[in-house]
Design a protein. Structure first.
Length: 67
């Protein structure tokens, strides 16, 4: 989960506006298991974290560097 969340932040945060940064800050306060389920498309985030564009970007998983 740390690689997923950290990679997502590192790849995209420079382009985020204040609302997107606030969304990310709220997401990282959630359980790792929940974040992983959202990223893998196995669950949807709660309404308070619903942001289709950000969830779609999180699900692309094209931002994690392969070792």
């Amino acid at each position: 989960a740390d690689a997923l969340v950290g990679g997502f932040f590192d790849a995209h945060a420079a382009r985020w506006d204040d609302d997107e940064l606030a969304w990310f800050e709220a997401v990282v306060e959630q359980d790792d298991e929940d974040i992983m389920a959202w990223a893998l498309g196995r669950a949807e985030p709660p309404a308070a974290l619903a942001n289709p564009a950000m969830i779609a970007a999180l699900r692309r998983l094209d931002y994690i560097a392969k070792p």
